[in-house]
Design a protein around this ligand. Structure first.
Ligand code: AMP
Ligand code: ZN
Length: 482
């Protein structure tokens, strides 16, 4: 299996640290709002990487954090007049709903920065003890980049050039820094901000130290794969390497994987989708128009290292592509039932494949090999999806109600397995997510409390359209499927 490693800028053969196991860390979102579909790209891409490893028989320990202490979370909390914990808890829940909708598996562990402060204080102290960090007079603790000769190895930047680049930008409040490229490990609190006690000052951690500490705690000093969007290469991942390797003296991550951006065309300008540019769609918005399987399929239709432009046309094409797969799967189910009835009547049992079916089964095995070759070439999901379409075509042309049950079942199982690695269901999802129902019920209760009965009725109507009937009982609102 070959993986493009940002560290060496080459595709390299994957060799796990421990045979049969993969330790993987994926930087997660900062939770101050609904996630947008740009944030969803790494989630879908690296979930697919995980699924492929699992398909190959690896045991994957997949850790992905929530950054729940940050300026933007604090700003939102001030705006709403609530504690910042209220904001982060709310958007962690919402993010998990979106992940479920996109069929992104929950991580083995989803650590939260605010619950790992003890580990951060410890690592910062180790770095100070080893001469890799220092506390400035105001209590800010900085990493001493000049103490780590490998600084710049991931982003392929030269420390000297970085220093002169940074010197151009004078930042107020950073007078305590020895060198402009030094970065914050711990910073003093400002009025009204959440803070923790430390020997340096009452304050909070810098962003980079969070991931170094959470990766170490849940996966160990050395891990196989560290991943995230390409905007994280510098400074976030560069700084993570400096912190982790300086503290442990061991190599941190063996393979660094980065997805390219999801872009959007705005009046002829292609831009990265981002909160700050205001050119984003949330996953929630997309889910109102499409089954999120379509979004997932769209994301995987490009290689993860290629930029991907979001457009209504491409979403429609993905919807149609997915429909072709689902129709083929429907046909296979029907053909299998008809064939089973026929075989029962004729008392046929065992592998009733004829020689033509044997030959087609060989073609299918060759397609599976082609699919694996695509995925093992740095997870080329675009080519993997093309193979799925070849299988659909073969299924449509070779399966009929006269085929043997054994052959139909083989085609069906193969299609399901290949789609499953992509996180694509071959059964139609008429199932409405429970979380979605509960959410609408909660919104209806709020509307009723605010005596906004028109909105409450509208929500009841929407639920009815989804096949959900509400019952107002003394114990609260109950729901059932109509
Ligand atoms: P953030 O919440 O901004 O820290 O981002 C969470 C993850 O989403 C990181 O891995 C980012 O690199 C990634 N990300 C943010 N915007 C985009 C985008 N437009 N395309 C692809 N990945 C993105
Ligand atoms: Zn991170």
């Amino acid at each position: 299996m070959k993986i493009f490693n940002t560290l060496t800028r080459r595709k390299e053969e994957f060799v796990p640290l421990e045979p049969g196991k993969v330790k993987m860390y994926v930087c997660g979102p900062t939770v101050y709002n609904y996630i947008h579909i740009g944030n969803a790209r790494p989630m879908v891409v690296f979930d697919t990487v995980r699924r492929y490893f699992e398909y190959k028989g690896y045991e994957v320990n997949y850790v992905s954090n929530f950054t729940d202490v940050d300026d933007k979370i604090i700003a939102k909390a001030l705006e709403e007049g609530v504690d910042s914990g209220v904001i982060s808890a709310r958007y962690i829940e919402e993010c998990k709903k979106d992940m479920e909708g996109m069929n992104v598996k929950p991580a083995t562990v989803h650590p939260q920065a605010t619950l790992e402060i003890g580990g951060m204080l410890e690592m910062i102290q180790t770095l100070i003890d080893k001469g890799h960090a220092y506390a400035a007079p105001d209590g800010t603790v900085y990493f001493r980049t000049s103490s780590f000769p490998d600084y710049g190895k991931l982003s392929h930047k030269n420390l000297e050039e970085l220093q002169s680049g940074f010197r151009e930008i004078k930042v107020t409040g950073e007078e305590g820094k020895e060198e402009p490229s030094d970065f914050v490990l711990w910073k003093p609190k400002k009025e009204g901000e959440p803070y923790w006690e430390s020997v340096w000052c009452q304050g909070r951690p810098g962003w980079h130290i969070e991931c170094s500490v959470m990766a170490k705690k849940y996966l160990g000093d050395s891990i196989d794969i560290h991943a995230g969007g390409e905007d994280l290469i510098f400074p976030h991942h560069e700084n993570e390497i400096a912190q982790s390797e300086a503290a442990s003296g061991k190599p941190f991550a063996r393979y660094w994987m980065h997805n390219a951006f999801l872009n959007i065309d705005k009046n002829g300008h292609v831009q990265k989708m981002s909160k700050s540019l205001g050119n984003f769609f949330t996953v929630r918005e997309i889910s109102e128009k499409y089954d999120l399987q379509v979004l997932r399929f769209f994301m995987l239709s490009a290689h993860y290292r290629s930029p991907l432009n979001f457009s209504a046309d491409l979403m429609e094409a993905s919807k149609n592509g997915l429909e072709r797969i689902l129709t083929a799967a429907d046909r296979l189910r029907e053909a299998k039932e008809a064939a089973a009835r026929r075989e029962a009547e004729a008392s046929v049992s065992g592998d009733g494949r004829d020689s033509l079916e044997q030959a087609h089964a060989e073609e299918i095995k060759a397609l599976v090999a082609k699919y694996e070759a695509a995925m093992e070439d740095d997870f080329n999901t675009a080519d993997g999806i093309s193979v799925i379409f070849e299988l659909v075509k073969l299924s449509n042309t070779t399966v009929s109600k006269d085929s043997s049950v054994s052959y139909i079942a083989f085609v069906e199982k193969t299609l399901k397995t290949l789609c499953d690695v992509m996180g694509i269901f071959t059964e139609r999802r008429t199932e409405v997510l429970e979380a979605e129902i509960e959410d609408l019920i909660r919104q209806r209760q709020e509307a009723r409390k605010a005596k906004n009965f028109a909105v409450a009725d509208e929500i009841r109507g929407k639920l009815l359209d989804m096949g959900i009937v509400l019952e107002d009982t003394r114990e609260g609102v109950k729901w059932k499927k109509a």
